[in-house]
Design a protein around this ligand. Structure first.
Ligand code: C2E
Ligand code: CA
Ligand code: CA
Length: 558
């Protein structure tokens, strides 16, 4: 093993000989006779320790110490100073300039050995402590804002709440609207400025003795604070003012979800979940900027969990079935089509409406399986009618957006048609603009393949979103299904009627079919028909029916 390295600077012959005698068996010693040599050597060797003799004619040892102290690279090397026997102030001066200890010449072997050992041990200790502090700081603090990071926030907030259990607390969860957009639109540096500014503001409004503040995600800040210290209206107002002051052209809006800590036994993690649940309720709503958690959210969460827990089994257990809602053409007194709508008959909860479980399945991907089940059920239904020698109408199925990410979507559909000996026109595919918004290119390609294969394509909920018209521009759709909201407004709103009129004209111009959904009353029907709509889906004629009932209805019309 190689020896540790010692730099010996400014030592005249007597001192130099002493040092070598004492240390040459333990150190690799390098000698520098003046300052330049000293720095050159420091650059070349990785010195573990330095001995600097101060009373030397060739070199100003004090100056050398001063220069070393200014260089980050060398500051950490422990230094032992050697002063002349007669120099009464030298020791103190050397220590001020960064030497850790001093000895007087001529050197006493025991003392020198002991002092050197001592300063090395001390330096190692300090280094060690500093490293621990750095690591724990980097583990506790978010480096951008200097606030607690997630795990540190959880720990400190938990301690805070427990040690003040008589004080009612809030967990306040802040989120910035469209922060991703801000980051994409501007430089990340802009995003960082926003976060740092917000962090500073939050730090200013909390009292450290009773509150804990952290940044637990990209643009997610959390505060754990006594309830009577929070004036949320003012916080939002102030944040708005400060953010406007940053002069960023994009609106930067903070939203807050607030969980009142009623159950101190909950983990802070769970409390934050609840606060963020409250926050999610107001996402995308620019008027309400904060919301409190309430028990109904928990019920929704539990219901969602039940849905996820039971879904796979439910599908195998045949708890899902299709209902069929007829689509009428009043002028000809005919049923021209139908839409398949899924229903879940849960053994304990009874019938669950798709409004509850479809959004959950769209989040966890199960919708792809369920949709395929629905399509197959429709094919079975059509096949059984054909086998019985009865007339059929084409049936619409919903194609949720996630399906467009399956590479075998078209193959699956074509195989179904083949397996049940049907023709593609019998299965109409309803898509919504949300799929298009996710990934326009992909949707255009897939829908063109549908059409080439002979499947009619419907645009569902037309007019409900933002890109209905963009999608129309890019894709040749067969039928527009106008969103129910228009029909609801039809009696009250002149504008709704005007828009409907234009949609009819557009459909005729582009040679698309057109269906209205949600017609419930005679008045609505009369309006709709007078505008030139021909096909109607709605409770006025029929609710979605069990397959058996729909069969009978079709027979009757035949
Ligand atoms: P959607 O595709 O827009 O389906 C039309 C919804 O409007 C159905 O609700 C239908 O029962 C309802 N409806 C029809 N006529 C009227 C009316 O006159 N008045 C009122 N108030 N409602 C009417 P449902 O069956 O509850 O389905 C809701 C949504 O769930 C559907 O909206 C669709 O987005 C989704 N969904 C249903 N079944 C499936 C499915 O098999 N796959 C997928 N991906 N989504 C489905
Ligand atoms: Ca639909
Ligand atoms: Ca619809």
């Amino acid at each position: 093993m190689s020896l540790p390295i010692m730099l010996m600077a400014g030592a005249e012959e007597a001192v130099s000989n002493d040092i070598k005698r004492i240390f040459s068996s333990e150190y690799e010693i390098h000698a520098a006779h003046n300052e330049d040599e000293g720095f050159n050597l420091l650059n070349q060797i990785d010195a573990n320790v330095m001995i600097v003799a101060l009373n030397n004619s060739e070199m100003d040892g004090y100056q050398f110490l001063e220069n070393i102290a200014q260089d980050q690279r060398y500051k950490k090397i422990p230094i032992l100073a050697v002063i002349d026997h007669g120099d009464s102030e030298g020791g103190e001066r050397a220590m001020k300039l960064g030497a850790r200890e001093f000895v007087t010449s001529p050197l006493n072997e025991t003392t020198t050995r002991y002092r050197l050992k001592n300063i090395i041990a001390r330096a190692e200790n300090e280094d060690h402590l500093q490293r621990i502090a750095e690591i724990s700081r980097s583990m506790e603090l978010d480096s951008l804002t200097g606030l607690y990071n997630r795990s540190a926030f959880y720990r400190h907030a938990s301690e805070m709440i427990k040690s003040n259990h008589e004080v009612p607390y809030y967990i306040v969860y802040f989120d910035i609207s469209a922060f991703k957009v801000i980051n994409d639109l501007f430089h990340t540096e802009t995003g960082n400025v926003i976060l740092k500014t917000a962090g500073r503001y939050f730090r200013g409004i909390i009292n450290d003795r009773v509150s804990v503040l952290g940044r637990i995600g990209a643009d997610h800040f959390v505060i754990c604070m006594p309830q009577d210290m929070l004036n949320i209206d003012r916080v939002i107002r102030e944040l708005d003012r400060i953010m406007r002051g940053l002069n960023i052209s994009q609106n930067i809006l903070f939203f807050a979800g607030i969980y009142p800590v009623v159950d101190v036994n909950l983990s802070v993690d769970q409390m934050c979940d609840r606060a963020s649940m409250a926050l999610n309720k107001i996402k995308g709503n620019y008027i309400t900027r904060y919301a409190y958690y309430d028990a109904s959210m928990r019920e929704k969460l539990l219901r969602d969990q039940m849905i996820v827990r039971d879904m796979e089994y439910a599908l195998d257990d045949n708890q899902f079935t299709i209902y069929l809602q007829p689509i009428y053409r009043p002028d000809e007194n005919k049923i021209v089509s139908a839409e398949a709508l899924v229903r879940w008959f849960h053994p304990e909860s009874g019938m669950i409406s798709p409004g509850f479980f479809i959004p959950v399945f769209e989040r966890n991907g199960f919708i792809v399986k369920l949709d395929r089940f629905v399509w197959e059920s429709v094919c079975k239904f059509l096949r059984s009618r054909l086998n019985a020698g009865k007339k059929i109408v084409p049936v619409s199925v919903n194609v949720s957006r996630l399906n467009f990410y399956s590479f075998d979507l078209l193959i699956f559909l074509l195989n179904l048609i083949k397996k049940y000996e049907l023709e593609p026109w019998m299965l109409k595919l309803e898509v919504t603009e949300s799929a298009y918004m996710d990934n326009p290119k992909q949707i255009i390609t897939v829908i063109n393949q549908f059409k080439e294969s002979g499947f009619p394509v419907l645009m569902d909920d037309f007019g409900a979103g933002y890109s209905s018209f963009n999608m129309l521009k890019d894709i040749q759709i067969d039928v527009l299904k106008v969103d129910m909201a228009f029909v609801r407004e039809i009696e009250r709103s002149e504008r709704a009627r005007t828009i409907l009129q234009m949609i009819v004209a557009l459909a005729q111009e582009l040679k698309m079919g057109i269906v209205t959904e949600g017609v419930e009353t005679k008045t609505q029907l009369d309006y709709i028909m007078s505008m030139g709509f021909v096909d109607i889906q709605g409770y006025y004629f029929s609710k979605p029916l069990p397959v058996k009932d729909f069969n009978e209805l079709l027979d009757k019309y035949e």
